[in-house]
Design a protein around this ligand. Sequence first.
Ligand code: GAP
Length: 453
Amino acid sequence: MPPPPSEDSAARSGVGQVSVEVGEAVVNLAKRRGFVFQSADIYGGFRSAYDYGPVGVLMLRNVKEAWWNAMVQQRADVVGLDASILSPPAVWEASGHLTGFTDPLVECSNCGRRHRLDQLADPERCSHCGVAGDLGEPRQFNLMFRTHAGPVADAAAEVYLRPETAQGMFVNFANVMRVSRLRPPFGIAQIGKSFRNEITPGNFIFRTREFEQMEMEFFVPPPDAARWHEYWCAERLRWYSGLGIPEALLRLRPHDADELSHYSEATSDVEFRYPWGWGELEGIANRTDYDLRAHAGHSGQRLEYHNAATGERYVPYVIEPAAGATRAMMAFLLAAYHTEEVRGERRVVLRLHHSLAPFKAAVLPLSRKDALTGRAREVLGILSPHWMVDYDETQSIGRRYRRQDELGTPYCVTVDFDTLDDGAVTIRDRDSMHQDRLPISKLVDYLSTRLAD
Ligand code: GAP
């Protein structure tokens, strides 16, 4: 990752800082161990998008599962949705994205490099070639990807890839309220891909053109909106710290009035301290009744809460915690990366929260002798109905432990020659490296207890 130079950059790691070197080491580890690959790698790479490898796909699923668990499963007031990615222009006309979802684009006539004007340290000077005064007039560049549905590529067939999952939840507001029998305050949650034609994608998976979001629209009586906004800011901050990000790497930053999106009355970002400084991890907005009123106006449908018994009728306000699954995965990786000296050797370990670790355990036969690998595969068969478990019989046991440390695997289960006689295995803890010996019959209970921590 080439982090842009910033005053916040520092070449050291500590609880309150992820250094530039750690940022580079995490990108390197992500590729080497199969978390994240550059998309279309064999064709020289495609900077806008990334592929999640055999280990990364497990971790990304765990991030999404942890979010779903907190935002849907454990809440009686939130239900889920999976809306389509393709949507007609009417949706984006109503939401204001067709006109308002733009970034100011400038192009340097000296070197040809394009920039987002609001990201330049000096708005007069090209940050690539350093020449001042050649950037020209900014033009508003719409970030939505447009394509055509069906065989004829005319204006009538125009559709858009969604730039946020949110609108799918607004247009389904009435459907969901009817079938779920919920009344405000209640929420609709969704995880899925979004697409933005970012002018400057970069910093690894921090800003890409294709990414995954985890968003929840929480519909509340308008007088309660400010209180719920505060509530969700605190909840979301707690979610990240509960999953292992040190508090020194997290902060909540309210937007200034001139930063607010076209739909927002108040927004606070959960920010993470990336190697290049503080940056957005999640935005929590008070979207007012902007979206429901806009869709009601454009569609001619009533989008409001109506209590037939009391006659009460109002358009709810919306509090929206909007997170990025892929960006969150990056923050969890950066925060989990640790190095330490063990008996004169450097050990790299991902101290991932157990629920986020790609594998919960790895089964390692001490040698490749058939008797041991056969027993080890039996142990794998006992564990794999419960958890994602890795199996590795290559290289020395020390190197295999190091590999599992780099994958963040909380427990290694070693099958050795004594196992054949006593039916016991050795379990090594990732963080303390402490080893316990116990009968195979007690393994599932042992891991269940510890993984639940
Ligand atoms: N519905 C509101 C909304 O989309 P946002 O702040 O634009 O708000 C929410 O996006 C989250 O989605 C961000 O905080 C970030 O985690 C993620 N996100 C946005 N654009 C992204 C991109 N280009 N690449 C990766 N993640 C992105």
